[in-house]
Design a protein around this ligand. Structure first.
Ligand code: ADP
Ligand code: ASP
Ligand code: MG
Length: 445
């Protein structure tokens, strides 16, 4: 059976019984599809809170939260189905998931159990939606993501395993039915329940779409496509109708929340177009992401928080070779990716977003020179036409931001982006200034 498209619906798109019902006309066209669902909005956050309480041995509070969430879902069931039969099955389903979660309050809490709890949001939303379609006599089947989605020992998708098992899973099912699967959740190399990190349902959709080489991967969310600046911080942002894979990947990686940071890569590798659509305004064409690249001066801006900068100073760097290799090897040993790098004759500054091994890395770097560590940093990434034979763009950006201290500048590494490091406290102002000066918007939030 040839699957033609993937339709991924995020948390808000399945966030209430009304929203779930509103998806039905969107998915009942004749194209063969896999529908990927997130958990209902707020659920994964609540499950994270429950996990935190269980880690800190706060069992009573955890139980209260579990029961509050159970109640919320019983109300969802009451409003979602119209027949008593489906309401009854729905209540039983909710009880079985919440009894399962509740069982973890009786044991010593571990990482494995944390992941098992986090998986419940997507398991519940897909089962509820599947039953809704069944109640409406719409042919549909569940494809359990835990039967095919897997990450390897480095946390990367295991494409060989996924392809084989997804195709095997599809063969078990009816060619005409709408297939529904869970985003976000997967198994790890040991076969335990794991996930693709927060916001990972986009990544699931892209991985599935790439493996099956579908015609289009659609990411349905609560906004009409990719905007030219972060709408959570800046007013009057505008939708961008077309983006290249490279541009979208860069913006997603550098903080555009509309897409999971890694989610463009699988689609880009198999050249499968990605379309971003709004479930509240399905007629809006949204944004199309393809291999076509149309350079314009400035396309969009994104910002990524939680960055730490490490500044290494050493006389040994003067006129020496091999110094940078030694620095990079330290980050490699701790599997910590570097985002930005700038060098001078006597020093090198690097940024990282994963500070798990910060102390170990800083200790090893001190063998090479003095090390300064500064947290609470933000990378602002501007995507546009930054070909190095062109004049004007970089100076215009610096002019726009002339009231903000720039801590690092990365230019020339890519022809379509320029990145800057600033203190996080200056982020909203910086995004507003860029909006005003490069996109000619007058109001910032
Ligand atoms: P979903 O639950 O559907 O996955 P998300 O909340 O993860 O939705 O992503 C959509 C949100 O991303 C939007 O509501 C918007 O606030 C935020 N966002 C951040 N940057 C951008 C951007 N450049 N364009 C559009 N939305 C953005
Ligand atoms: N439910 C998960 C989260 O909230 C995955 C997703 O929504 O994409 O992070
Ligand atoms: Mg998301």
């Amino acid at each position: 059976m040839k699957i033609e498209k993937i339709m991924k619906f995020g948390g808000t798109s399945v966030g209430s019984p009304e929203r779930m019902k509103a998806l039905i006309p969107l998915i009942t066209d004749s194209e063969k599809k896999i529908v990927v669902l997130s958990a209902m909005s707020g659920t994964t956050n609540s499950l994270v809170e429950i996990n935190d309480l269980l880690y800190s041995d706060n069992v009573n509070e955890a139980s209260l939260k579990i029961e509050a969430l159970r109640e919320k879902y019983h109300k969802v069931v009451d409003d979602l189905y119209s027949t008593d039969e489906y309401k009854k099955t729905g209540h039983e389903l909710i009880n079985s998931h919440f009894d399962y979660i509740n069982n973890f309050t009786l044991r010593v809490f571990t990482k494995l159990q944390e992941k098992a709890i986090l998986s419940q949001g997507e398991l519940i939303s897909t089962s509820l939606f599947h039953d809704l379609l069944k109640e409406r006599n719409i042919k549909s089947e569940l494809l359990p993501a835990l039967n095919f989605m897997r990450i390897d020992k480095d946390g990367e998708p295991d494409y060989y395993y996924i392809e084989e098992n997804l195709i095997r899973e599809l063969r078990k099912h009816n060619a005409d039915s709408i297939k529904i699967t869970q985003g976000f959740i997967c198994r790890n190399v040991y076969g335990d329940i794991d996930n693709l990190k927060r916001g990972g349902s986009d990544y699931s959709a892209s991985i599935i779409g790439a493996v099956l080489k579908v015609k289009e991967i659609q990411i349905w969310t609560d906004i009409s496509g990719f905007h030219n600046n972060d709408p959570r911080y800046v007013k009057n942002t505008r939708v961008i109708r077309e983006l290249s894979f490279e541009e979208a990947a860069e913006l997603a990686y550098f903080g555009a929340k509309i897409l999971h940071p890694s989610s463009v890569n699988p689609a880009r590798e198999k050249n499968v177009p990605v379309r971003l659509k709004n479930t509240m305004e399905p007629e809006d064409e949204g944004t199309l992401i393809t291999s076509n690249s149309v350079l314009i001066d400035y396309k969009a801006v994104a910002a990524k928080d939680g960055i730490t900068v490490l500044r290494i100073k050493s006389d040994r760097m003067l006129m020496a070779y091999g110094f940078l290799r030694k620095v990079f090897e330290i980050f490699e040993a701790y599997k910590t990716p570097i985002d930005m790098v700038t060098t001078s004759e006597v020093g090198v500054s690097l940024t990282i977003d994963n500070s798990q091994y910060m102390n170990e890395i800083a200790k090893d770097l001190r063998e090479l020179g003095t090390v300064e560590v500064e947290g609470n940093q933000t990378i602002v990434c501007i995507v546009g036409d930054f070909r190095t034979d062109k004049t004007g763009s970089a100076p215009e950006i610096f002019q726009a931001l002339n009231t903000i201290p720039l801590k690092m500048i990365s230019y020339g590494g890519s022809q379509n982006s320029l990145s800057l490091l600033i203190d996080t406290k200056n982020k909203t102002q910086a995004l507003g200034l860029l909006s005003k000066h490069i996109f000619n918007n007058t109001n910032d939030k």
